[in-house]
Write a protein that binds this ligand. Structure first.
Ligand code: BGC
Length: 739
């Protein structure tokens, strides 16, 4: 097995090297133009058209050059069969580019992206994307509709599960890691995937957290909050972007000349192509900015959407408009050029087919499974641990009551967008605990209730189990279909009667550990005080149960930190750490300040928060130079000491605040983070270097600028606690004058 895998890798490497030398950029441009000159109008539109799945009619269309791309066709053989029609039976033999939503693994399913982001481990996140790419590419996929880099500040939005949380800095670092992971060094490598940063842009800001809903924000918010992860993806070389479903202030994202042409293709010089979201061009009619599909197509094309996913809006009816002079053919040529360019970069013209044997050694390779376990463990966030309830004390515990609808559930860990993930690959928490303990501890399992619904018929059995046990572990939360696309929730409490069951069990006075599986922050105020410990385990993929068991028994010391704020109540939403101060900052002693009269202003758990089985102490924050010019770097350090009894990893976070600006600035903004491993008793000096140029914002003229003035810098273990010091930024002119 090992030999086969090594052999395959070597083979892949050899192929890569050969392919790596294939075409230079100017040769690609030449070939693209040559091809374009031979194409009929129908064939051009064909390249700009993507359909989902296949059937006899689509196959005929591929033959006629009317389809350039497919999504949702699975399997190496099937993909080769369809590719053969394109390459061998169509007029110009242009290969198809075949896409799929490979979001957190292909068959080896990793934690959902929101969970993975809680690891703050860009190296491992990149590796997970690399593995997902290998498995999917070996199955004939060329292109993934990932990463989703939408910033999300509203936990009601189901798609918060698919992204990296609420912060643009962390979101950018993760976007970069994912793009590099999927695409590798060379798109022509047969084991990489073309990536697609989505959903451009603002999709996460849907009003009320309702999927597909209206978005309206200022250009400043667009540029400072929602665009940075896309920019990072483009800088990392992402080949494609997907235009979103939502409108932004009256202009749908899939018809938005400002975001697509002015910013993406203009300011950023993006030379890949843009695909619409599923029928998002067709939906311009429902948005009310186009009277029919043709008009919708013209709007999408003019705005800069190069390929139409399932919208059927890029049609040959456009030819008449070109003939009349009402539509420029150059718009179409530009779109086709962009698509062909990527097809050349993917090496599809030289090697259109996938080796059907490639999958064998790759899918679910044990290294892949190990990486899935590693990332799952790093994604767990310990939210509460009263009196060191955890880790479970092996000496004192003979019987565990394992209760809850998700304790032995093989579906929820796969989460949303599970691709080819299979339930049979999943290790549940029950199985994970049994593996860990062998026969040493008795585990009494009782489901107790369902995730949804209101049957209490299982309560008694659960209660009996709890009474017999030394400790109760309750595994609860959301099923996989409760987050992801079209899964917005208005109520973020534990669904069904789960909270009620917690209350019933809590009355036994037995210590209770709550293990949560969920795709978003939940509101936990009604159960938090009833349990002694809370382990946030999200949807962790195929090794969910092992990762959770490792954390519960202390074989792994949790290090994950929240990348999204946990509100006390949905009424606090939107709630995020990098908010503005307002003119009347919340003050519990002042009625006329910005707050609620029925809830504290602070969240239940802030951004960046997460506990460990050890404790870390921060001392001695120091800036190397507290007077900097706009072209300097800020060097700031802090001592972090592990003052507990076991080794652990601390995610050290750096936040800055620009005290006064020409426009208002957030109370703090993440500008650096490091994962620091410390033995018990060990201390390290953690140093950060932050270019002052990264501390700017968009001024009154919407120009990115770093304004001289006073800044504070905080370093700590979450966004609410840390050590603070100050520094000053002066302009270059001022510095020259004074020195
Ligand atoms: C989703 C996209 C996805 C596409 C293709 C759409 O409904 O919004 O994220 O990539 O479907 O499956």
């Amino acid at each position: 097995m090992k030999l086969t895998f090594k052999f395959l890798l070597t083979l892949a490497f050899v192929i890569t090297v050969v392919l790596g030398q294939h075409l230079k950029d100017d040769e690609i441009e030449e070939k693209v133009n040559e091809l374009l000159n031979q194409m009929t109008f129908t064939e051009k539109i064909g390249q700009m058209t993507q359909f989902s799945g296949t059937n006899k009619q689509y196959e005929q269309m591929i033959r006629e050059g009317k389809i350039g791309s497919l999504l949702n066709v699975i399997g190496a053989e099937e993909n080769n069969r369809l590719q053969k029609i394109a390459v061998e039976e169509s007029h110009l033999g242009i290969p198809l580019v075949i896409g799929l939503d490979v979001i957190h693994g292909y068959r080896t399913i990793f934690p959902i992206p929101l969970a993975a982001s809680a690891s703050w481990d860009t190296v491992l996140i990149r590796k997970a994307a690399e593995i997902a790419a290998k498995e999917a590419a070996s199955a004939g996929i060329h292109w993934t509709f990932a990463p989703m880099v939408d910033i999300a500040r509203d936990a009601r939005w189901g798609r918060i599960a698919e992204g990296a949380g609420e912060d643009p800095f962390l979101g950018s670092a993760i976007a970069r890691a994912q793009v590099l992971g999927f695409q590798g060094e060379d798109l022509a490598d047969p084991l990489t995937l073309l990536a697609c940063a989505k959903h451009y842009v603002g999709y996460g800001a849907a009003e009320g957290g309702r999927d597909y809903n209206t978005v309206d924000f200022s250009e400043r918010t667009l540029r400072e909050i929602y665009l940075p992860p896309f920019r990072a993806a483009v800088n990392a070389g992402v080949g494609t972007l997907m235009s979103a479903f939502n409108e932004i202030g009256g202009v749908p994202a899939s018809a938005n000349q400002f975001t697509l042409r002015t910013i993406l293709k203009g300011e950023w010089g993006f030379d890949g192509f843009v695909i619409s979201d599923y029928n998002s061009i067709g939906e311009l009619v429902a948005h009310g900015i186009a009277k029919d599909q043709l008009e919708a197509g013209i709007k999408g094309l003019t705005a800069g959407v190069d390929m139409d996913m399932e919208g059927r809006c890029y049609t040959t009816a456009m030819e008449a408009l070109v003939a009349e002079g009402a539509l420029s053919e150059e718009l179409i040529n530009d779109a086709v050029r962009r698509i062909l360019r990527i097809k050349f970069k993917l090496g599809l013209f030289e090697h259109p087919y996938v080796d059907e044997n490639l999958q064998k050694g790759l899918i679910l390779h044990r290294d892949h499974i190990q990486a899935a376990l590693d990332l799952a463990r790093e994604s767990v966030v310990l939210l509460k641990n009263e009196k060191n309830t955890l880790p479970l004390n092996r000496k004192k515990i003979n019987t565990i009551a394992l209760i809850g609808p998700l304790a032995d559930d093989k579906d929820a860990p796969l989460g949303t967008w599970r691709c080819e993930g299979k339930r049979e690959d999943v290790v549940t928490v029950y199985e994970g605990l049994k593996n860990t303990y062998g026969g040493d501890v008795t585990i009494i399992y009782a489901k107790g209730c369902d995730v949804k619904g209101n049957s209490r018929s299982g309560f008694n059995k659960a209660l009996k189990a709890a009474r017999k046990a030394d400790i109760v572990v309750m595994v609860m939360g959301e099923s996989a279909d409760m987050s992801g696309e079209a899964a917005s929730r208005a109520d973020l409490n534990l669904p069904g009667v789960q909270a009620e069951l917690i209350n019933v069990i809590a009355e036994t006075k037995k210590p209770v550990v709550l293990v949560l599986l969920n795709g978003r922050p939940l509101t936990l105020s009604n159960v938090e005080s009833k349990v002694n410990a809370i382990v946030e385990s999200w949807h962790l993929g195929i090794r969910h149960g092992n990762a959770v068991a490792d954390v519960l028994v202390g074989d792994y010391n949790p290090s994950g930190k929240l990348t999204v704020t946990f509100p006390r109540s949905t009424g606090q939403i939107p709630i995020y750490y990098n908010h503005k101060n307002t003119g009347r900052p919340g003050d519990p002693n002042n009625k006329f300040s910005s707050k609620y009269i029925d809830l504290p202003s602070l969240p239940l758990y802030p951004f960046g928060y997460g506990l460990s089985y050890t404790k870390f102490k921060y001392t001695g924050i120091k800036v190397e130079n507290n007077r900097l010019t706009t072209s300097d770097d800020l060097f700031v350090s802090v001592n972090v000491k592990n003052v507990g009894k076991c080794e652990g990893v601390e995610i050290v976070q750096l936040y800055i605040q620009d005290k006064t600006g020409s426009v208002t600035r957030p109370v703090k903004e993440l500008k650096g983070f490091q994962r620091v491993a410390l033995e018990a008793g060990e201390q390290k000096t953690v140093q950060f270097r932050v270019p002052v140029q990264k501390l700017g914002f968009y001024d009154l003229d919407m120009k990115y600028t770093v304004e001289p003035g006073d800044f504070s810098v905080m370093i700590g273990g979450n966004s609410e606690d840390g050590l603070t010091t100050a520094f000053k930024v002066v302009s270059l002119e001022q510095e020259e004058k004074e020195h």
